[in-house]
Design a protein around this ligand. Sequence first.
Ligand SMILES: Nc1nc2c(c(=O)[nH]1)N[C@H]1C(S)=C(S)[C@@H](COP(=O)(O)O)O[C@H]1N2
Ligand SMILES: [Mo]
Length: 337
Amino acid sequence: MLIKLPRPSDCKASEITPESIYFSRRTLLGAGLAGVALGALPRLGAAAEVSRYADVEGGAAPGWFSDKLVSTRWQAVTVSGEAITPFKDATHYNNFYEFGPDKGDPAANAGGLKTEPWSLVVDGEVAKPGRYALEDFIKPYQLEERIYRLRCVEAWSMVIPWLGFPLAQVLKQVEPTSKARYIRFETLEDPKSMPGQRSGFALINWPYVEGLRLDEAMNPLAILAVGMYGRELPNQNGAPLRLVVPWKYGFKSIKSIVRISLVAEQPQTTWQGLAPDEYGFYANVNPTVDHPRWTQARERRLPSGLFSPNVRDTLMFNGYADEVASLYTGLDLRKNY
Ligand SMILES: Nc1nc2c(c(=O)[nH]1)N[C@H]1C(S)=C(S)[C@@H](COP(=O)(O)O)O[C@H]1N2
Ligand SMILES: [Mo]
């Protein structure tokens, strides 16, 4: 019998409130949202010779990106025995509230985001602040492939092959001062191309902000990604540059970054600011600390359907305890959720 019915205690999508409830007046009022489709569909173009993933659709990479890919020896870090999530699911079931509250909104609406040229500021407590064109910013780094689990706080998960470079290498380059204790990230603010930022339903204080403690940011698992599935990032996945911190709930992995600041104090982050009882600063994946309204002990691994919900146990630190548990020695993870 292949059909596995969920146990009552399993995570059911219907019982989980999406993170979007907190800012979507549409959800609150149950009213319809006017059409917000913007611009063209995500770039579909020439196949990149580098892709090893069968079902990948995606944009022709800009020159600087494909040059970098072909000249790079990929160092795969792999989740063993777990299938990579189909590209279609990874690119059509997204959270990116700048483009709307529903899972399909980012794929439908992010095509109008202009990711070239892109500039990025590094500032705050660093010896070498600067403003960079993206291609200059990534020039010093080798791209690595990292196949990581991604676990959303809403109790669904995927396995995604990212292309990126360790955040620690960037920190080394910009030289944090002795006052720097945290790193703060900011997403682009551009209501013209981001319908979620200009609609009246937003309770979010844009721009989206995330942060890490400096020692977390130095952990070798933390990367800045510029690609996935052998290609540049689709817009809905956070092009052209996003954070990936696989031992934390997905909302920490901030997309479409325009500013990286080294700071002395713990930054106020978007979800913590909206609902501090539900979303903490740490947001480490933890099956023993439930969300106030649902269990975090289990998760739906996408693709997931009614008859094959594909439910599995959630792993401590999303399965990366060996690499990161020592960061939290002596910290009460029940309080610092
Ligand atoms: N700027 C920004 N970054 C964001 C979000 C967002 O709404 N805005 N959503 C977060 C959440 S809740 C999750 S689960 C992941 C989803 O990443 P994916 O769509 O690439 O799977 O992105 C995170 N990064
Ligand atoms: Mo999420």
